[in-house]
Design a protein around this ligand. Structure first.
Ligand SMILES: *[C@@H]1O[C@H](CO)[C@@H](O)[C@H](O)[C@H]1NC(C)=O
Ligand SMILES: *[C@@H]1O[C@H](CO)[C@@H](O)[C@H](O)[C@H]1NC(C)=O
Ligand SMILES: *[C@@H]1O[C@H](CO)[C@@H](O)[C@H](O)[C@H]1NC(C)=O
Ligand SMILES: [Zn+2]
Length: 307
């Protein structure tokens, strides 16, 4: 009799806690907050169980170098614009006027920037969506673009190559990144879900590393990392991270979800590759090859005659 009670309790606990609700991150899920955590996103959005989902872990030694992955051409990325920054209950998001565009970089044409948003951990802890050789960075920036001739993201998402997302990782640095101060300051005003405030002058270029540092990147085909999880995204992950101080990273953890809880852990777990190939740009340094080089040099020394 005793032995039966625990399983019965467990089953009833699981059924009460997995009742359908709005989608949420694992960090938000609690018995008193019933929502669809990432493992259940497919309940309301069947694409979330597709075979080409994002994010993924990039295993660098299994990437394939592709000479067509040339440097990007960034147009109007320097353009200063005025925008609204919003706590949308899942992230912070900034709408971008349609004047900044990207082309080349192995893309099938030009894409215009639509919005950017971020994914982060708890007070600067692991929080990126993509991982590189298992390493999870403290934060990840997604600049979402759509093919130039589309006028809205919904239409672009019905094209399997309609959307191109540029993903950038962050790393902790000892000094604050001054170019991020407008955003960090604005966070103070949008702690509550659905809060918004204006960013008076910002450019996409100020948020990302200099162009010369953007020639090494990974490329694969995947999906949106939030429901509907639509498989219409050409992903680019830049190797060179953006430096932010721990204080700057922590500022994101002061935001709140809809239920008033700390907005942390806003990332989807990595998804199976299902046979997809990840490519790397011509310039992408690969750790394995430098290890091989070291081994080759050591070998040469070992083989050289000693007398
Ligand atoms: C930007 O949007 C405006 C109106 O929404 C449109 O007239 C213009 O052609 C668009 N520009 C680009 C580069 O897509
Ligand atoms: C910003 O918030 C105000 C209410 O506080 C709302 O009227 C407005 O539509 C919001 N703007 C955006 C872009 O979400
Ligand atoms: C650009 O790359 C160089 C060499 O890897 C690095 O030293 C420098 O810090 C990078 N600059 C930025 C802003 O990321
Ligand atoms: Zn994202």
């Amino acid at each position: 009799m005793q032995q039966l009670i625990l399983p019965v309790l467990l089953v009833s606990f699981l059924t009460t806690c997995t009742r359908a609700g709005d989608w949420c991150y694992q960090s938000q899920f609690a018995c008193d907050h019933q929502c669809n955590a990432p493992g259940n996103w497919n309940h309301a959005h069947s694409d979330c169980e597709g075979r080409n989902q994002s994010p993924i872990n990039v295993v660098t030694r299994k990437t394939l170098k592709d000479e067509r992955l040339t440097p990007f051409k960034f147009d109007n990325y320097q353009q200063i614009f005025r925008a609204t920054i919003k706590n949308n209950g899942h992230s912070v998001q900034v709408g971008v006027p349609n004047l900044s565009t990207i082309s080349d970089g192995g893309l099938p044409g030009g894409y215009k920037a639509v919005q950017f948003h971020l994914h982060w951990g708890n007070n600067g802890g692991p929080g990126s969506e993509h991982t590189i050789d298992g390493e999870q960075y403290p934060m990840e920036l997604h600049i979402v673009h759509m093919k130039q001739h589309y006028t809205d993201l919904t239409t672009a998402l019905s094209d399997p190559e309609g959307v191109a997302v540029l993903g950038f990782f962050y790393e902790r640095s000892t000094s604050a990144n001054r170019k991020y101060e407008p955003i960090i300051k604005a966070l103070q005003n949008i702690k509550a879900a659905n809060g918004n405030t204006s960013l008076n002058s910002i450019s996409l270029a100020q948020l990302i590393p200099p162009e010369k540092n953007l020639t090494t990147y990974y490329r694969y085909k995947g999906s949106l990392t939030t429901p509907g999880c639509t498989e219409a995204v050409i992903w680019t992950l830049f190797e060179n991270p953006i430096p932010l101080s721990v204080e700057q990273l922590r500022a994101f953890s002061e935001l709140k979800f809809q239920n008033g809880k700390q907005m942390v852990g806003t990332f989807r777990p990595v998804q199976p590759l299902n046979g997809r190939q990840v490519f790397r740009s011509g310039g992408a340094a690969i750790l394995a090859s430098s290890a091989l080089l070291v081994a080759a040099i050591a070998m040469a020394f070992a083989l050289s005659p000693v007398d």
